[in-house]
Design a protein. Structure first.
Lengths: 73, 85, 190
C-alpha cells in the first residue's frame, strides 16, 4: 500500500499540504472521501524520557502542543 | 510523610505516566513492535519500583494485588489528596 | 472491574488557598465537559464499539479520566483547606458551604448539579466517537479558560498537564474513528 500516502490526497481548496510529515503513518486509503473527518495515524518516532514526559503531559514530542494563547492578567 | 516516600511516589508517577501514554498508543497501534518493546521495558521498571515502595509504605493496590504487613497498612494516612508534594 | 491505586496520576499541588479558583475548578469536576462526564461517557459508550482496539481505547481513556477527576478533586480540596467560613461566604461559596461544607460534590461553577444529560451514547460507534472528539476539545478549551483565571503557578502547572491529556485523547479517538470506519466498510463487501 506504499502508494497510498495520505499526504498525496490531502488537498484543501487547492492548497497542497504536502511536505512529508515524519510523524504521520501511511494510511491505506485510496483517497479521502467527502463528509468524513480524518485524523492521521501517528507514527512511532521518539519518546521524551519519563521525567520530562510527565511535565509535558505526553511522552510523544509530536503531540506536545503547549497552550500559547494564555491571556495576560 | 517522609521525603523518601514522596520521591519514590513521584518516580512511580513518572514511569507509570510513560506506561499510560504508551498504552493508549498501543491501543490504536497493536502491531507496533518498537512501542511494545518500550512499553514492556517501562512496565517492568514500574513493577520493580512499586514493589520497593510497597515494602516500606504499604499497598498501592488492594484486592489481592499486593500483600500488607501487620497491621493492614492500606488504611494508613495520608491518602493521595492529602499529600503535599 | 476496576481497581483503585492509592496515588494520584500527577502530583497536584496548590501554592495557596484560593476560594474563587476552587469555585471555577468545580466546573471540571461536575460540569458538562468535566472529568466525571468524560469518564462516564466513554465507559458507557464502549459496549457498542465494533473492534477490540476501539473497546480498549474507550476503556483506557475512561479510566484515565477517573484519575483526572481525582486530580481536580485534590486541587479543590487543597484550595479550600482551612479557609474560614467568612471568606467562603465573601467569595461566593456560601451556598456551596451550606450544602457541602468544604467537601467535594458533583456540580458546576454555578451550583448546577451534574446530570446524565451532559453525555450521550447513541449506540452508533461513529456518532459516539465524534462526540468524544468534541468532548476532548471542549475540555481543552475549559482548561485554557481556567489557566487564564488563575495566577497560582502550582495550579497552572497541573492544569497544563490535564489540558495536554485532552490533546492526546483527541488523537486516539481520531485514530479510532478512522479505524472503526475502515472496519465497517470492509464488512460491507463480505
Amino acid at each position: 500500500m506504499q502508494e497510498y500516502y495520505i499526504s498525496k490526497y490531502i488537498d484543501l481548496g487547492g492548497l497542497k499540504m504536502y511536505d512529508y510529515n515524519p510523524y504521520v503513518q501511511d494510511y491505506a486509503f485510496p483517497s479521502l472521501k467527502l463528509a468524513q473527518a480524518y485524523v492521521p495515524l501517528q507514527k512511532y518516532v521518539s519518546l521524551y524520557p519519563p521525567e520530562e514526559a510527565i511535565k509535558k503531559g505526553t511522552v510523544f514530542p509530536e503531540l506536545d502542543m503547549p497552550y500559547v494563547g494564555e491571556k495576560m492578567r | 510523610m517522609d521525603g523518601n516516600q514522596i520521591s519514590m511516589l513521584k518516580k512511580i508517577m513518572e514511569i507509570e505516566f510513560t506506561c499510560i501514554d504508551l498504552n493508549l498508543y498501543l491501543d490504536t497501534h497493536p502491531e507496533d513492535q518498537k512501542a511494545l518493546q518500550d512499553y514492556n521495558y517501562y512496565s517492568n521498571q514500574l513493577s520493580m519500583l512499586k514493589q520497593q515502595y510497597e515494602q516500606f509504605y504499604g499497598p498501592l493496590m488492594v484486592f489481592g494485588h499486593s500483600q500488607s504487613q501487620y497491621p493492614w497498612k492500606w488504611v494508613d494516612d495520608p491518602w493521595p489528596w492529602e499529600i503535599e508534594y | 472491574m476496576w481497581v483503585y491505586e492509592k496515588k494520584l496520576q500527577y502530583p497536584a499541588k496548590v501554592c495557596k488557598p484560593d476560594v474563587k479558583m476552587a469555585k471555577y475548578l468545580i466546573a471540571q469536576y461536575g460540569g458538562p465537559d468535566g472529568e466525571l462526564a468524560a469518564a462516564l461517557r466513554y465507559q458507557t459508550q464502549r459496549f457498542v464499539m465494533p473492534t477490540g482496539k476501539a473497546k480498549a481505547v474507550l476503556t483506557d481513556i475512561a479510566t484515565e479520566e477517573l484519575a483526572h477527576l481525582e486530580i481536580i478533586a485534590t486541587l479543590v480540596f487543597k484550595l479550600l483547606k482551612g479557609v474560614p467560613v467568612e471568606i467562603l461566604k465573601r467569595e461566593g461559596l456560601g451556598e456551596y458551604y451550606t450544602e457541602h461544607d468544604r467537601g467535594l460534590f458533583y456540580a458546576d461553577t454555578t451550583g448546577m448539579l451534574w446530570t446524565a444529560a451532559y453525555i450521550q451514547a447513541k449506540g452508533d460507534a461513529i456518532a459516539d466517537l465524534h462526540e468524544d472528539m468534541a468532548a476532548e476539545e471542549k475540555a481543552r478549551a475549559t482548561y485554557e479558560h481556567l489557566i487564564n483565571l488563575t495566577d497560582d503557578p502550582c495550579v497552572k502547572d497541573t492544569l497544563r498537564f490535564l489540558r495536554e491529556r485532552e490533546i492526546v485523547h483527541f488523537q486516539r479517538f481520531g485514530e479510532t474513528l478512522v479505524q472503526v470506519r475502515e472496519y465497517m466498510e470492509s464488512k460491507k463487501f463480505f
